[in-house]
Structure formats: structure tokens, C-alpha cells
Ligand binder design. Sequence first.
Ligand code: ZN
Length: 193
Amino acid sequence: MGGIEETAREKDSLDVVSQYSKFFKKIDTFTGTCPSCGKSTFTIIEFTYNTPYGNILVISGYCEACGYKFSDILNLDIHRPIKLILEIREPNDLRSLIIRSKTAKIILPDFGIEVHPGPAALPYITTVDGLLYRVLDILELFSNGGKCKQLENAINSAIEGKRAFTLIIEDPYGNSAIIPYHKSRLTIEYLKV
Ligand SMILES: [Zn+2]
């Protein structure tokens, strides 16, 4: 794996937000007491992103003393089930931004993959290729003896921009969003409650 891939993998949510800051509106920054170590070195930054189905609030906290991190993603206006469908047709589409709340399900129909949110699921912001790296990590956890090699190869070629695929996010509370590189590649559907 090359250096660029590694960088994409290591990015945390806050770095991604600052990289794509033109899409987000920074609404507040404040320092408080760290819930983990108790020192007054806990910085919280809040951003919003406006979607056709309401304002998404991103809260990101980091403690300089102990490294404790906190993040949450919420829709401030509307709480209805949504389905976001992104078509990845060329390498730039991989740079679309995924704002995934802890209640969202990720579906990659071309690879037969569904990632359901567990009770301890954490919200995150990443790019499409960053999301595929996360999927590779999950596959690694569940593979025994290289059974998933074919699937891994398929996902790696998707990360390299060599194959088209569809990414679906289903969120029962409408807390997730996709910021597409090409607007025309994103479809928003409202699911029945
Ligand atoms: Zn701390």
C-alpha cells in the first residue's frame, strides 16, 4: 500500500472537516473539562452542513492532555428515515464526503456488503475511499484463512478508481449526509416511517 492510501486511512473526522471546510459552517469552538482525565484541555468544535432534509450538526471533541476523542452527528431539523444513493463512476467520485451518524447502515450492493450499526457504533466523517478502507478492516476481522481475498481485491480496485459501484446509506433518523463531488451522482429517497 502506498503513502497516499495510508494517509486517507489515518485521517480522523476533524482533519476531514478542515480539509472540506468550505462545505461546513463552523458555529462554535469552546474548551471545557475532559470527561476522561478531568483536565481543562478538552476542545469541542461544532460544524453544520445544510442538506435538503435539514441541517446536520457535527460535534467533534479532542483532549490535548490524554487524547480522548468524542464525536456526534445529528440532524437538527428533521428526523425522518432517508436513503442516500451515490454512484461512483470515476476517481473524483471517491472524494465525495460521507457524514455517517451512529445509526446509519452502509450498503455496497456491488460487493454484497451491508454494514449494520452496532450498539457501540461511532459516528464518522470520511471520504468514499476512506469508507472502503474501513470495510477492508472489517473484512480482515471476519476473514479466516483468506476466504475474502476475491472481495478484498474487488474493493482495492474500487479504491484505486478502477471500477464503478454504488454506495447506499440508510439512516432511520436522517442524521447522515453525503457531500457528492458531482451533485448529479447523488439521489436522496425518503423512506416510509
Ligand atoms: Zn483528557
